[in-house]
Ligand binder design. Structure first.
Ligand code: SF4
Length: 478
């Protein structure tokens, strides 16, 4: 990509976007101390939260001397709920004493800035650039990510990106590049589900490692393709209140399999008991508010099969199968092996039986097995493989079954179409994992070996919210 042209295009493009909070504070105050403090607060925090917290703090402390008057506890209260507010309060409490070593002025070199509490390279670069207009490249997650998407750098870490950019990015862009790409990364080229459909750079962008958000369009009129979607909704009543019907409209599935509906059919709102345009089928767990699966289909199936013939699993409402003329749609909620792995054996028994069940069906016609498999198969399927080797969902035992399953010929449709990392379908609710895209790909569409050629498209809808999982999809040629 011609970087001069691209960044010039972005200058116009982001003119109406929201300005990153630290830039705004820099422009409004021209005060290095405030820029430094706002930058410390902004790490791993949404701009809106940083803006409010900074305002509250600056009303009490707009100089190092004011700051020194506040206790750590008072600072915590003032800056809550910024990310890691306790750590940041500790840094701020220690800041006046450290700044005193520089005549109570914010220092103007990288080396000196790095001696201040809570200041890393990214913060130091931003302070140099925004507070002192010294050429420095602040590489945050957006700059690192987008520069790699464009193929302008090929790096693994923000530090490597900074070094690569120092080598090749024209100096006139060093200061503005962060602001440009933060605005652009928050507005269009988002970490999950980037809006390539409306991007000014759509034509020239190589989209390295990117899966653009899925549009409603799925097939040309002459193709016999069905759009199949699977979604662990983590409570059907809950997701209904969070825009389920709108999401359904956006995805426009022919068939959608839902897991963890956590409700009996009579507990659902009328809209869901009889979903407009769809036939609905439900298989709830005996225990109220637990597990359960459902399938909505535009076309009426020939046959419904509830369960897999073992009461240990069927009482938990884990598998619901619809038979159509050309294929079976098997919607599954695989057991979780639990944090203490106490259900590992139970899960393994389920896996083996499910596989046998699906293989029986595949003797007759195509079979699509979808759902929350509760396992990330390979290292590429989760953000932190090393830390999770002994954890539920990534144990060697669970992965070994997935090896057996795919080894027997079942095809993970997503990997047929996408080989890149950073594609996930589940994120913990903790630590803003979804925002940081620290996730796991544990929801799948698998097809029998003979149906591999019927996979027309496969994907993930990370931009669809409402659950800790997002939906996954398969466009399946009949
Ligand atoms: S085309 Fe897509 S990936 Fe490329 S810059 Fe635009 S939004 Fe980002």
């Amino acid at each position: 990509m011609d970087i001069e042209k691209v960044l010039s295009v972005l200058v116009d493009e982001v003119a109406d976007y929201q300005v990153p909070v630290v830039d705004l504070i820099a422009v409004q105050t021209r005060d290095p101390f405030k820029v430094l403090v706002a930058t410390i607060l902004s790490a791993r925090t949404k701009d809106e939260v940083t803006a409010v917290a900074s305002e509250r703090l600056f009303a009490k402390a707009s100089t190092p001397a004011d700051l020194a008057e506040l206790s750590e506890g008072e600072l915590q209260k003032l800056i809550f709920p910024v990310g890691f507010y306790k750590n940041k309060a500790r840094y701020l409490a220690a800041l006046p004493e450290k700044i005193a070593l520089f005549d109570s002025q914010v220092p103007q070199t990288m080396e000196e800035l790095l001696t201040l509490p809570g200041v890393g390279r990214k913060t130091a670069n931003l302070v140099l650039a925004q507070a002192f207009a010294i050429p420095a490249i602040c590489v945050d997650t957006h700059v690192h990510r987008i520069m790699n998407i464009w193929g302008y750098v090929d790096t693994d870490t923000p530090l490597q990106t900074e070094m690569a950019l120092r080598e090749k990015l024209p100096e006139k862009f060093w200061i503005p590049v962060n602001s440009l790409l933060v605005s652009f990364g928050q507005g269009t080229c988002r970490p999950v589900g980037p809006h390539c459909d409306r991007c000014v750079l759509e034509k020239q962008c190589p989209k390295i490692g990117v899966i653009p958000r899925k549009t409603k369009k799925k097939k040309s009129a002459d193709e016999n393709v069905v759009r199949l979607v699977s979604w662990n909704v983590n409570g059907l009543r809950a997701v209904y209140k969070k825009g389920f019907l709108k999401s359904l409209q956006e995805m426009a599935p022919d068939v959608i399999g839902l897991q963890e509906i956590k409700a009996m059919v009579e507990q659902l709102p009328p809209d869901l008991q009889k979903l407009k345009g769809y036939h609905g089928y439900f298989y709830s767990a005996e225990r109220k508010g637990y597990s359960g699966v459902a399938v909505y289909s535009i076309k009426e199936p020939k046959r419904i099969i509830k369960g897999i013939g073992d009461d240990r699993f069927d009482s938990e409402g884990r598998v619901l199968t619809l038979e159509f003329a050309d294929y079976y749609f098997v919607n599954c909620y695989f057991p979780n092996s639990k944090n203490d792995l106490s259900r590992l054996d139970f899960k393994h028994d389920f896996n083996v039986l499910l596989q046998k069940f699906a293989e029986e069906l595949a003797r007759e016609k195509s079979v699509v097995v979808c759902g929350d498999f509760n396992v990330a198969h390979k290292e590429i399927d989760l953000a932190n493989p090393r830390q999770n080797v002994k954890n539920a969902g990534f144990t060697p035992e669970e992965r070994a079954w997935m090896d057996d399953f795919t080894g027997a010929g079942w095809v993970d449709s997503f990997r047929v179409k996408h080989t890149g990392p950073d594609n996930y379908s589940w994120w913990s609710y903790r630590s803003r994992a979804r925002e940081r895209n620290v996730g796991w790909r544990i929801d799948y569409f698998c097809v029998d070996a003979g149906s591999r050629k019927k996979i027309r498209d496969a994907g993930i809808y990370p931009e669809i919210f409402g659950s800790d999982h997002c939906p996954v999809m398969l466009d399946f040629r009949l």
